[in-house]
Design a protein around this ligand. Sequence first.
Ligand code: ASP
Length: 425
Amino acid sequence: MIQVFKFGGASVKDAPAVKNVATIINKFANCNTVIVVSAMGKTTNKLEEITNAYFYKNTDVLSLIEDLKAFHFEIIENLGFENTDSVFNEIENCFTEIIWATEEENSGNYGYHYDQIVSMGEMLATHIVSAYLNKNGVSNLWLDVRGIIQTDNTYRDAKVDYDVSDTLVKTHLIPAVEKHKLVLLQGFVGGTSENYTTTLGREGSDYTAALIAYFTDAQSVTIWKDVAGVLNADPKYFKNTKKIDELTYHDAIELTYYGATVIHPKTIKPLQNKNITLYVKSFIQPNNAGTVIKESNLRVNIPSYIFKENQILISLQPKDFSFIAEDNLSDIFKIFSKFQIHANMMQNSALSFSVCVNYDELKIKPLIDELQHHFKVLYNHPVQLMTVRNYNNEILSKLSDNKLILLEQRTRHTHQMVMKEAGGI
Ligand code: ASP
C-alpha cells in the first residue's frame, strides 16, 4: 500500500524546516510513500514578481532572480552541502532555466510565461529536499511530475487529463515507488502532451497529492501544516479557535469551498471517490493527532467561520427589458468562466444578479470591461465575506456588529454575509 505526504511552503521555508521534514519522513514514512513538496517559503510569490517584471518590463528581472537564488543557496549551505555536491549544479541549472524563460520572446500569453517561470519553485524545493534526505541516509527517488500529471494548456489553472495521468502513474510512478520505496515529486505542476509546463492554480499542491493518491489507490494522504489540524476559524482573524478532530468528506468540501484555506478545495473529491483517508497534521507537533477526514455519520456542529477580505461585490442589471435569470445567466457564467473567476456567493432577483468574488486586479478590470458591454454594472470594493457553518442568531449579531450588510443568504447550515465597515459608503 502507498501513502502520500504533502509538505507545503511553510514546512520547507529554511534549513531547520527542511531538517524537520526529514525527521518526519524518517519517522512516519514507514511504508511506500510518495512525497509531494511545494516551493520553499514565499518562493511562488517571488516567482510571480519575476514573471511580472519580465512580462510588464516594470522592474529589473535579473536582480529579482539573484535574490531568489541567494535565498536557495543559503538554504543548501545551511543544510551542510559542499560546493562539490550535485545539488549545487541542480539548483544552478534551475536558475539557468528561469533566466532562459525570462529571455524568451514575449508571446503576449501571460499565463504561458507565468507557468514556465513559477513552476520552477517546486523544482528547486524538491531537488533540495531529495538531496538532503539522500545525504542523510533516507534514500529516495526525485521524479519530474510533468511526466506524471498531464494537463491541457489552460495555463495557471490547467485541467488534468485523468485518463492519461492515470496511465502515466501506473506505468512510471507506481513501479518507481515499488523499487525505491520513497519517491519525491513536485506539487502544483503539470505538463501538456507537447511538454509545456503548466500549473494547477495557487495552493494546488494539495490537489496534486490527492490526485496521486487517487491514481495509486493510496491508503491515506497526510497534509503537514503549521497548524494543529483543521480549525473552526482562521487564527489570523479569530481568537480561541478550536481544532476539529474529525470531519466527513462532505463537511470538508463545504468548508474549503467557502474559503477555509487549510486545504485546497479540489483536494477532497478525488479522496472521497476512493474512500481515501485524509489526515491534516502539524509538522511542528507531528505526534499529535491532527484532524482526520473520512466517511462517517458524524456531523460537526460547532460553528466554523470563514472570513474573506478584499472581495468585490458586483451587481449586474440588464440594459434591455429582459429578466436577468431567464435570459442572461448563461452569458454571465460564460464571461466569469472566461476570466477564470470563482463566485464566492451569488444571488439574483428579477432584474439584478449579484456576485461576490476575490478581488484580483489583473482579472477583475478586464472582467468589468467585458460585463459593461452587456449589462449595467455596479460594484462595491473592498468588501468582506463572512461565512458561518452551524450558525445561530447570537453569533450572527456579534459578527455583524458595526458592519453594514450588503447581501445576505442562509441555508439550513450555512449563513453568508457580504459586509463592509459601517460608516463607509
Ligand atoms: N507553491 C504554490 C503556491 O504557493 C503551490 C502550493 O504551495 O500549493 O501557491
